[in-house]
Design a protein around this ligand. Sequence first.
Ligand code: C2E
Ligand code: MG
Ligand code: MG
Length: 668
Amino acid sequence: MRSENSRTILWSFLAATLTSVVYFAIAWTEDKAISKRENLQLLELADNFNKTYSSIRSDDMPVPATFRRMGIEHFNARTNKDANNSQTRVLWPGRPGLEINRTTDDPHLKQIIRDYVANPSAPALYEHRFEDNRLIGRTVVPSVANDKTCVSCHNKELKRAAFKLGDIMGIYVVERDMTELLLADAKYAGGLFFLAFTMTWLFATRERSRNFNIMQLKSRIEIQRMRVEVEEKEKFLLNHDPLTALPNRKLFHDYLNPAATGDNKQTLHAALIDLDDFKSVNDTMGHPAGDALLEEVARRLTLCMDNIDGLAARLGGDEFAIVWHSKELICEPDSLAQRILNEMAKPFEFENRSITPKCSIGLASWTDTQKGDPSELLKLADIALYVAKDHGKNIYQVYNQAIDATIRRQNEIAAHLTRSIREEDLRLVMQPQVSLHDGRFIGFEALSRWTINGYEIRPAEFIAIAESTGTIRELDLQVLRKAVNFSADLEKQTGLAVPISVNLSANSFRSGSLLEDIQTILWAGKLPADRLTLEITETAAIENWQHVQDILGKLRAAGVRASLDDFGTGYSSLAYLLRMKFDQIKIDREFIQDIKDGNENHILLQHISDMVAGLGMELVIEGVETQKQFELIKNSVKGGGQGYYFARPMELDAARTYLQETVRLKAV
Ligand code: C2E
Ligand code: MG
Ligand code: MG
């Protein structure tokens, strides 16, 4: 706005200056033309006067200069209405001693006369000068002897032949006071200047206010547009997820309710989709990668919804949901789930890294619901999802009655487990670990066993339940205490060092006192810290790696060893391997299950072994079951082995016997 104003002022000033300059130029040329005309008239008049005077006198008398002057003044008085106020004076300095017998003292005029004598055909001279603060315009006209009578008259007067025809006899000097004219011009020009300035100013002001109005209008329109956009965005965000632009939980429920109460609710299905190991993508590759993965998953889910009458939504985190009506076969839960898994199996690139999304899907159909409540459908899908996750990842599970039984069973187990842990009903078994190289005993892994009403429950099942019910920490510490005591007692009995490995769940790390608890147990059991190895699964370590590393770091400083369990099953194992500090890496059973000479797993295992050795860590291969596997591994890697091939997990007494046997064999 300021630059607009200064521009306006500049333009006004230029316009006004230009107007004045043009005005003055015109006035000046006009003035010049008028002076010239007047002078010509003056000369003509003087000549006429001379002639007339001479003819009247007819006695060859020259016209006295005084008469000429009178003639000019008469002419002047005639042309000026008010002769008294005439600003014109006629001076008649003649040639020195000539014309009127008077000399001029003005050296400037003397010079002009000399110039005219030198060049009689020179035109009249116009000049301006200041006299007592007044501008005087002066015209100097030569007086030429252009008449015989005039020449002879003058010669007579001079009493000698001084002139001939065409000689310069003197000059007329006509002066005019231009001050008033100048003032009038200045006033007039000032007026014009002011007018032009005012006009330009008004014009500029009008332009400016017009521009301002246009700007205001534009900004009002822009503000309105932005407001509408914001309102639309807010409206959109009320019902949509900002990251993926998929409908959010609220819109999903809004859709689900009428869908579940409509006429075709019998064809209604719901799917809950949960990304597998999403957290590790976030942790290892950063949040931008996690966000990109979520967006990609949303895009793929939308793709899967093509031709399907339903709605896909992001419920939050890595949880997505679909509700739809199936009228055709491709819309059946199995087909859709398979389609989603196929779509997810395609890798996608993020900053030159490849990510393959994996997800577990739980599905339920309206026909399964006992109640007419739409949220029941989601509950069933959630149960199915839980089972899918439990069975391993990247699979789908359709809800059925059997699942219901599973859940009921889990609930029952959960109820018993808490009590059993509190009453220390769980037993401990020990599985030996041996050196691959010479079969030497290198330690025991302590594993929990639980029998209820004569039934053995698999650790995978009860550990997961203990983790979800929060009793795992108590169990882990119990196992640790028993294992420490077992090791310390056995060492006392055999004189042999009995290293033991104990599993620690991720949940156990959530307790603030874990460090102190472990130190207390070691101290109470009087077991040297380096006899104890804590096994942390790869996924558990990743879940909260900084915290886990912090605690493990402190324990390692005290001498306790740390082992990364089930290595090779998580997402970005190698990245973690480099980032975290472990004493031992345990390769998961899955890894060597299908190992064959020269196959992919075999080559990879050799590389991992080299790398682990390079990082100064020990390697233990889990799940060695067969002679073939053993031999292949033995020839390829350095480290320890654990598996049914060497020994199954054994009760404590059996473990003691095993160790004593080992000692005996050694002694032999
Ligand atoms: P893990 O720590 O990887 O333990 C090794 C598992 O592999 C044990 O299963 C063991 O019995 C089994 N195993 C050993 N050799 C072989 C073999 O040659 N073939 C096959 N098929 N399996 C073999 P288990 O005892 O069922 O335990 C399963 C998992 O449960 C353990 O895996 C561990 O992660 C967890 N777990 C067991 N006890 C505890 C505990 O007290 N606390 C915690 N936090 N987790 C435990
Ligand atoms: Mg273990
Ligand atoms: Mg393991």
